[in-house]
Design a protein around this ligand. Structure first.
Ligand SMILES: Nc1nc2c(ncn2[C@@H]2O[C@H](COP(=O)(O)OP(=O)(O)O)[C@@H](O)[C@H]2O)c(=O)[nH]1
Ligand SMILES: [Mg+2]
Length: 200
């Protein structure tokens, strides 16, 4: 659940960044970090050391702007691409406010993306969240690849009702901010921030 802190006038959003190995999860976080550098981004954490890029998960806290007089802070997490820790994945998802699901557009990566998409739907069911209510933005990354699957086919294979889609080339910072903005809008529009929040 998104947390509204009336004392500090902040809204905290917890956002998961999901997708198969190599789809661009870490690159998305790096791109957001770069583009919101300075007073906005705080730090990119790689919780499992510097060497292995994909060993565990990354964490990025960001400030997104204002919503109804509150500063909006987003905490982005990536999940490990493997499913060796279903309990942990479940706990992370259950406490999150929304997700970016990244599809790897490269033809050779299609099976992995499809597997992760199935896993996402299973996780949401396990967390007792209704797929229609849980805010998810689908990002089609690696659009610059010569072997990229045409968008028409990808839109059919990776479709969720109510989920906006964004095409991206994360490594060139294309589509990453747009994607996060779309998700934050979805989450914030579902939330009710108490009126008179400036009191005290
Ligand atoms: N050409 C291209 N490379 C990308 C794109 N997104 C990510 N990459 C590269 O793909 C590799 C894997 O990305 P990474 O973010 O580590 O994937 P993760 O396993 O999902 O965290 C890295 O070498 C990235 O630089 C993209 O849109 N286009
Ligand atoms: Mg990674």
């Amino acid at each position: 659940m998104a947390i509204v802190n009336e004392e500090t006038n902040e809204i905290h959003l917890k956002i998961l960044v999901l997708g198969s190995q190599g789809c661009g999860k870490t690159t998305n976080l790096q791109s957001l970090y770069k583009q919101t550098a300075g007073d906005l981004a705080t730090r990119l954490f790689d919780l499992h050391g510097m060497s292995a890029r994909n060993t565990f998960f990354d964490f990025l806290p960001l400030t997104l702007g204002k919503h109804q007089n509150h500063d909006v802070r987003a905490h982005l997490y990536t999940l490990p691409h493997h499913s060796l820790m279903p309990t942990m994945n479940h706990a992370l998802l259950a406490g999150s406010d929304g997700a970016v699901f990244i599809v790897d557009s490269r033809l050779s990566k299609l099976p992995q993306s499809e597997e992760q998409f199935r896993r996402l739907k299973d996780l949401i069911r396990m967390a007792h969240k209704n797929l229609h209510d849980f805010p998810i933005v689908i990002q089609f990354n690696h659009r610059d690849d010569p072997q990229a699957v045409p968008m028409d086919a990808l839109r059919l294979a990776f479709h969720l009702e109510n989920s906006p889609t964004v095409e991206s080339v994360a490594v060139q910072d294309i589509g990453t901010v747009e994607c996060l903005d779309a998700l934050a809008d979805m989450i914030l529009n579902q939330m009710e921030v108490p009126a008179g929040a400036t009191e005290g």
